[in-house]
Design a protein around this ligand. Structure first.
Ligand SMILES: *Cc1c(COP(=O)(O)O)cnc(C)c1O
Length: 361
């Protein structure tokens, strides 16, 4: 895919950009440029264009607006100690984007085109990458069905776009979150779209998120659709349970059954935890086992993980069955060790022994 560079001729001033980067948060401000490419069934992918960030005009009958045929990704660019910038495992995002496209009957974008377009945009807007550890430039590639018409069928046109936004820590890492275990609503069912990163999964989750907030919780924990007892994920993040303490601890995460989203952070932590000497297990954990593990003291820490927040400690879980506090309710030592290790690798202060960082400058 050729990328035609037609950058914004009116980029933010140094002062404006610095203020926007310093404002932190998540998704408040967008950088000067975007990348866009169009696909049609007849001609395949056209060239990509890097151009000024701005609205995308659409016919009101554009299919994504009606039937939600869309996919997205989330990855980050991190500043490095030498002043350079690295992407964290962009090939893994490219691969997942392709798999999501297949599930949602959208065209596949070659992994190398995904990575090249992301790199081109980050290079162009490199001054927007925040400098502090824990901060990053969040990159949001997405693809939408852009055939005009209300007929229900896989779209014969698609639009691929990449946008970027400076991000500070999504959650406060030092404050554990409280989760609501939803038995009323499910995120994903066997045969459904749970393993694809698609907006509809999120749209369907928002009512449960509202319910969680009404229960005084920060996030929803999803159970399996069939038995409503097996723990799957938390909001848009995967979950980890620490069993035992110290060097003998086991790091446990729900296995990928086809209804979970295969997080790249989840996958990275499987490796990082092993590197740190812990036993790592992927399996099934029921809500009864969660309750009993807390009661007996076997479960010592719980955390969620994803690109946006990296690692987020879970201090307590609330459900119709009661409230289960993890340890003393504060972030645990292994959670913080894994967080610091992964952030260290991403920011280039800890050796990247698995070749995860891809330098863009
Ligand atoms: C994106 C996402 C995750 C986390 O994936 P990462 O690759 O680690 O960012 C987990 N669960 C859901 C539902 C997601 O959409």
């Amino acid at each position: 895919m050729k990328i035609n560079l037609n950058p914004n001729q009116n980029p933010a001033s140094d002062a404006d950009r610095a203020a926007k980067v310093a404002a932190g948060g998540f998704g408040k401000y967008y950088t000067d440029n975007l990348v866009i490419a169009e696909w049609s069934e007849a001609t395949g992918w056209g060239d990509a264009e890097l151009r000024a960030y701005g609205p995308i005009a659409m016919d009101p009958a554009t299919s994504v607006l009606h039937y939600g045929q869309e996919i997205f990704e989330g990855l980050k660019a991190y500043s490095q100690p030498d002043g350079g910038v690295s992407l964290f495992r962009p090939e893994a995002n490219a691969e997942r984007f392709r798999k999501s496209a297949i599930r949602m009957a959208l065209p596949e974008l070659a992994n190398e085109d995904f990575v090249a377009t992301v790199e081109a945009l980050v290079r162009q807007d490199i001054k927007w990458v925040p400098q502090n550890v824990g901060e990053s430039l969040y990159i949001r590639p997405f693809m939408i069905a852009t055939e005009v018409g209300l007929g229900v069928r896989p779209s014969n046109h698609a639009t691929y776009v990449v946008i970027t936004t400076p991000a500070s820590a999504y959650f406060n890492p030092n404050k554990a979150v409280t989760v609501w275990i939803s038995t009323e609503y499910v995120r994903a069912a066997p045969g459904g779209t749970g393993a694809a990163k698609t907006g509809g999964n999120y749209a369907g989750s928002l009512l449960a998120q509202k319910q969680a907030a009404a229960e005084g919780c920060d996030q929803v924990v999803w159970l399996d659709a069939t038995e409503r007892k097996w723990v799957e994920e938390m909001g848009g993040m995967n979950l980890y349970f620490v069993k035992g303490k110290g060097a003998d601890a086991t790091i446990f995460t729900p296995k990928l059954t086809g209804t979970l989203l295969a997080g790249i952070t989840r996958d990275s932590i499987l490796t990082v935890a092993k590197d740190l000497g812990y036993k790592v297990v992927e399996g099934m954990i029921s809500t009864d086992e969660w309750r009993d593990g807390i009661a007996s003291g076997e479960i010592t820490e719980i955390f969620a993980c994803g690109t946006a927040a990296v690692v987020s400690p879970v201090g307590a879980a609330k459900s119709a069955q009661g409230t289960w506090v993890t340890g003393d309710g504060n972030p645990g030592p292994i959670t913080m060790q894994i967080r610091e290790t992964l952030l260290g690798i991403q920011h280039g202060t800890i050796a990247d022994t698995h070749g995860w960082n891809k330098r863009v400058s």
